[in-house]
Design a protein around this ligand. Structure first.
Ligand code: NOJ
Length: 664
């Protein structure tokens, strides 16, 4: 047997060498000519490398896919055909950080075939943008090869091992909810989630991520035994990575490249690599929403039924009145349904998404909300019990639709999902399929989603814009000890590269004894600009906006949730971050800034403004403010500026600022 196998290998190579010009190498240049992707086929093995300004970004890296019952696809290859094209187009987003996005790239497609055996066909599509490179695997339909079990993906990203990465660990019980750590690339021996952002020794920044994740396990990455940084696709409970039918296209593997960290912020490759909307989504409306929520975190109310139950008819009615007075478009009702009693994290299978709690008159509240022009944001906490949820999903959407509910916050708080009676990772192929099914069904019922404990963002909101936001990182619920001010200075350069986040901003009760925030009051306003989200929570109890800090609340009232244009201004990962955004369809601009544990002074150049004068309404930390002992030290002032001016702003330790620039 062994002899036969060896002999077969020898013949394959012999056959390969007989072909003239089998080796191939091609450089594809980015539209601005600075980024080069080199694709090589050497002795039948396919690989790529990436350069910028002639400096190495990614050394020669292997490509390929290991499928069950055969050789890995990626070896013994020959090129059947290549095609090239250049694209330069613009598209409009339904909502988001920029109305218009330029999609400008050069594409090379290699149509490959194995030289021996079943001579399977295999296509690699590469796109080179001025902001980075992307590629994906495509498996065309072919005889004897129509259903495929993917055992491993062999993609490498051989960046310099002496680079430094901001990482969060994969395969952990709290999913993506970990503090980022800055570590050398050579220490990434355990899998990390993407986007993983890396500063290279040659001082370029890269962020490795994926776009258009459908019907496949999420890509995590780690060093393999040969010290290559390699994709590690999240396995299913049987150990396989994915079951797919041909034709099949993998998600895009994406390497964003920037000269400075701040240039990553407006890298729009991920959206460009997704498809245009799959239908009419003009009904999707980004909103701000209040919630029967933080009162539970500070122990005033409970999700469970009983004396302190939060989501009662009376409380919901009071909160709707507050929404009306505060000009907030939506109200989240958590703990509205049957299933929260006892240990809800264990009892998740009992969640009933069709039955309101006894002390909540859902019909009355839905009507009352409608009369007051307030949208209800319904809550579906599944605790990861997907089987239980899927069994009720369409009825649950129908029920909400019958009540006029157009927004849902689903949650998957368990450490694993329960799918088809087995424990699966949230970020496995079966997890991805569930999130997608829920999203598409929501679109059918014209429902928008704010997914908590989600699958990470890969830009699919371009195709399904009813995915208005997701959690997918530590948010403010971790305040009270587990969040440091640097976290919000890392997120823009890591997690937020994968899209909108519901950070649950706007908590004004920063000094609360049960949940004290590592934040000044002014910083809570900054988040509405630094952390974009199609659904922005106004997270605190209404009395803090109506009675305690009505002047600071004014900014939350004014700030939009949908943007015309985003202009990143200043930032160093983990230290500070300042960004300007223009409200969509309006003249006004908004600037937000946050700093870490250190104070920071920034000069905000206003040259992004249009012609004419603007009134700058500035919400900033007082000189004496501090996230530990003077959180409420806020100064609110106005001044008149134009585009030739600048503003010098002081951010206190753990502080920040927010500015509205109102056109005169
Ligand atoms: C965790 C979510 O992040 C939070 O927003 C929610 O309130 C709880 N799960 C309960 O569903």
């Amino acid at each position: 047997m062994v002899m036969v196998k060896k002999r077969k290998g020898f013949l394959e190579w012999f056959d390969y060498w007989r072909r003239p010009n089998s080796d191939f190498e091609k450089n594809i240049f980015s539209p601005d000519g600075r980024v080069v992707l080199r694709v090589s086929l050497k002795q039948g093995h396919i690989s790529y490398a990436v350069f910028k300004d002639n400096k190495t970004i990614v050394r020669e890296s292997r490509l390929g896919v290991k499928v069950k019952g055969g050789e890995a696809l990626g070896n013994y290859l020959r090129i059947i055909r290549t095609t090239e094209k250049a694209v330069d187009e613009e598209f409009e987003t339904v909502w988001g950080e920029d109305r218009r996005i330029r999609n400008n790239y050069r594409e090379l497609t290699l149509y490959l075939s194995e030289i021996a055996g079943d001579k399977r066909l295999f296509t690699l599509r590469f796109r080179v943008f001025s902001e980075g490179v992307a590629f994906r695997y495509e498996l065309p339909p072919q005889p004897k090869f129509s259903r495929v079990v993917i055992e491993d993906e062999l993609t490498e990203f051989n960046v310099d091992l002496n680079g430094n990465a901001w990482k969060i660990p994969a395969y952990q019980p709290d999913r993506y909810e970990y503090n980022y750590e800055k570590v050398p690339v050579y220490s990434l021996t355990e899998s990390v989630h993407t986007p993983v952002t890396i500063v290279l020794p040659n001082e370029y920044y890269v962020s490795i991520h994926e776009a258009a994740l459908y019907n496949y396990g999420e890509m995590t990455i780690k060093l393999d035994e040969w010290k290559a940084l390699k994709s590690d696709i999240t396995p299913l409970s049987d150990g396989n990575k994915a079951y797919v039918e041909l034709p099949f296209s993998s998600p895009w593997r994406m390497i964003m490249i920037a000269d400075e960290a701040i240039d990553l912020i407006t890298n729009r490759m991920m959206l460009c690599l997704n498809e245009a909307p799959s239908g009419d989504f003009s009904w999707v409306k980004p909103i701000k929403f209040l919630g029967i929520w933080w009162a539970m975190y500070v122990g005033e109310w409970t999700w469970a039924s009983g004396e302190r139950h939060g989501a009662t008819t009376e409380h919901a009615r009071e909160y709707i009145d507050s929404c009306r007075r505060l000009g907030i478009q939506g109200l989240l009702l958590e703990g509205w349904n049957d299933g929260w009693d006892g240990d809800w994290l264990v009892n998740g299978e009992k969640s009933n998404f069709l039955k309101p709690a006894d002390d909540l008159d859902m019909n009355f509240i839905a009507n009352y909300a409608a009369q007051n022009g307030v949208e209800i944001v319904g809550h579906h906490e599944t605790v990861g019990f997907v089987d239980n949820y899927e069994a009720q999903l369409e009825d649950a959407y129908k029920y909400y639709s019958s009540l006029g509910i157009k927004y849902i916050k689903p949650g998957y708080a368990g450490s694993m999902m329960m799918i088809n009676g087995r424990k699966e990772y949230h970020h496995s192929q079966l997890g991805v399929l569930h999130y997608q099914h829920a999203l598409e069904l929501a679109a059918k019922y014209k429902i928008c989603l704010d997914v908590h404990e989600p699958i990470k963002g890969t830009g699919i909101e371009r195709t399904f814009p009813n995915l208005l936001t997701r959690e997918g990182a530590r948010g403010q619920e971790y305040e009270g000890g587990a969040l440091s001010p640097s976290h919000a200075c890392i997120l823009p350069f890591t997690r937020l590269l994968s899209g909108a986040m519901d950070y649950t901003s706007g908590i004004f009760d920063v000094t609360n004894g049960t949940k004290r925030l590592a934040s000044t009051l002014a910083r809570q306003l900054a988040y509405y600009v630094t952390i974009p989200s199609g659904m922005q929570m106004v997270s605190d109890r209404p009395r803090f906006y109506e009675q305690e800090f009505p002047n600071a609340y004014r900014f939350i009232y004014d700030v939009p949730v949908n943007w015309e244009r985003t202009v990143p201004l200043l930032g160093e990962i983990g230290q500070y971050y300042v960004v300007a955004r223009q409200g969509r369809g309006v003249e006004d601009w908004f600037v937000g800034g946050v700093t870490n544990e250190e104070s920071h002074k920034v000069r905000v150049m206003l040259d992004f403004l249009g012609e004419g004068e603007y009134v700058a309404e500035i919400y900033r930390d007082e000189e004496s403010a501090h996230y530990r002992d003077n959180q409420l030290g806020i100064r609110i002032e106005t001044t008149v500026v134009n585009r030739t001016n600048f503003l010098d702003i002081y951010m206190a330790p753990g502080g920040g600022f927010a500015i509205r620039l109102r056109a005169r």
